[in-house]
Write a protein of this length. Sequence first.
Length: 184
Amino acid sequence: MEAPAILTGIWLARSGREPSGNTQIPSMREILLNGSIVLLVGSFFIGWITGAEGMETMAPFIVDPFKGVLALFLLDMGLVAGRGLRASGRGLDARTTAFGLYMPLIGGICALPFVLLLGLSAGNAALLITLSASASYIAVPGAMRLALPEARPAIYATLSLGITFPFNLAIGIPLYFTVAQAMA
């Protein structure tokens, strides 16, 4: 689920650049060969090719330290989001904040036809709606920091961790579950 989000983010960012007055549409080659995408997709293929035996071999290097590295990464992202909230006058205005609140609802609404089409149970429907309404809290912010160093992490990290995440916990998930129960 993260790879399409990263691809879309890179495409949108590259499309919005205006060198010498012309909007530059990025090539698929430029997007698909971005380091973050190559690393993410390459990891999927390596895991698929090597299977359980490869996973067992790599476990001491990848699996065992994962929780510690994840905790440090999330702490760093929390610090970035906290700085973004403190310095909200530089890019995190009312419009941007509103986006962090209404975009999860739009994402959740986009999932509703699939809930009906697939005939999901209330629990599975709530999960699909919640996933569709969620921001990326781990892979995409990290990938964007590498792929688009000119992007301001104080804005996107603050939106995902400081606005969308608490909104989904307090209001979104109960709402999505209620909708899922009504649809089931």
